[in-house]
Design a protein around this ligand. Structure first.
Ligand SMILES: Cc1cc2nc3c(=O)[nH]c(=O)nc-3n(C[C@H](O)[C@H](O)[C@H](O)COP(=O)(O)O)c2cc1C
Length: 317
């Protein structure tokens, strides 16, 4: 059975610069979600969100914009904004687990509030023609919450519901709950996408075999840790291309250059790349040593030397 691979968004990582370079050097992803737009009480879209969604910054790939909110007016405002840009779909985030978000009744903190979900969806479907899709966890406190939200969700023509098979209170710890995800499949009329801990070709195959009815899979952290993963899944192989590290090196240099041009000064670019290396290091032969070497590099020259050393060592292996 054919299937679709989607890039699950990571705020601070998978912006248009990353997506473009990723798609150019690796591929394997059919559709990318943008990290969420969050309005902070004002009906105004920050410049960085605008840049992320501008069509000219996303010419080579398909993007679906995302919003996080619990306010019907904010939803409508952002829906109209993305509609005007030419997008036809808006993804609604009910997954974010961070206390700053959940305590104000957003992200996974909204799953337990079906009447508010109803208000937002009602207005969205009455006042815009945007196609709405959802990205959810299974609850904040427990995985029962989503089951209680489904009867409301089933009243709307949602495109799909992507489920990260954890609850909010877990943050990113502990295993995904595949039994609870299975229950979701039988409890809604909507099409479900699977998300959570696809980090290798083997883990993808295991999920696919466990859920034969699912044909859309989202990969978040696994794609940054190993950018070859989506293409290897598509090719059904665990073998890397022979020029693995030279491709990675070109990719690295491309995003480094793009972020360096955008961020001002050595500290912001260092912090940005260090964030990426938390993930990249995981697919090197000694993750801790790799990360430490990057962390220690105290200026751009030393950083570039550290990267070259890491890549040369991997090439020689
Ligand atoms: C740093 C970070 C930022 C994230 N930002 C977003 C976001 O903006 N929107 C969203 O839907 N999910 C966000 N997520 C969640 C991921 O998209 C994904 O659902 C989650 O990591 C589970 O999938 P994975 O195991 O494949 O990473 C974020 C996760 C992390 C770790």
């Amino acid at each position: 059975m054919s299937y679709t691979l989607l890039s699950s968004p990571l705020q601070g990582f998978t912006d248009f610069r990353f997506r473009k370079a990723f798609n150019h050097f690796f591929g394997g992803i059919d559709t990318f979600y943008s990290p969420y737009i969050r309005l902070n009480g004002k009906l105004k879209i920050k410049q960085s969100y605008q840049n992320d969604l501008m069509l000219e910054n996303n010419t080579t790939l398909e993007v679906i914009p995302q919003i996080i909110t619990n306010d019907p007016d904010e939803f409508i405002f952002v829906a109209k904004y993305v509609r005007d840009l030419g997008y036809t779909e808006l993804n609604w985030n009910l997954g974010c687990p961070y206390p700053m978000v959940t305590k104000s009744g957003m992200g996974s903190g909204l799953i337990c509030n079906p009447s508010r979900i109803d208000e937002v969806l009602h207005k969205a479907h009455n006042e815009t023609d945007i196609l709405v899709s959802m990205k959810m966890r299974m609850g904040y406190e427990n995985a029962q919450e989503i089951l209680e939200a489904f009867p409301i969700l089933d009243n709307y023509p949602l495109k799909n519901i992507a489920i990260h098979a954890r609850i909010g209170k877990q943050l990113y710890k502990g295993p995904v709950d595949l039994d609870a995800f299975e229950k979701c499949i039988d409890s809604t009329k909507h099409k479900l996408y699977y998300n959570g801990d696809i980090t290798s070709v083997e883990s993808f195959i295991a999920i696919k075999e466990r859920f034969p009815k699912i044909d859309h899979f989202m990969i978040g952290r696994g794609l940054i840790a190993d950018p070859f993963l989506p293409q290897m899944i598509k090719n059904n192989t665990s073998t890397y291309p022979e020029d693995r590290w030279s491709i990675f090196s070109e990719f690295h240099d491309t995003i480094y250059k793009d972020y360096d041009e955008y961020l001002s000064g050595p500290t912001p670019i260092k912090m940005k790349m260090l964030g990426f290396w938390e993930f990249f290091s995981q697919s090197t032969s000694n993750p801790q040593k790799t990360y430490k070497a990057i962390k220690k590099a105290s200026n751009p020259v030393k950083y570039k030397q550290a990267v070259a050393q890491i890549i040369n060592a991997e090439m020689r292996r």
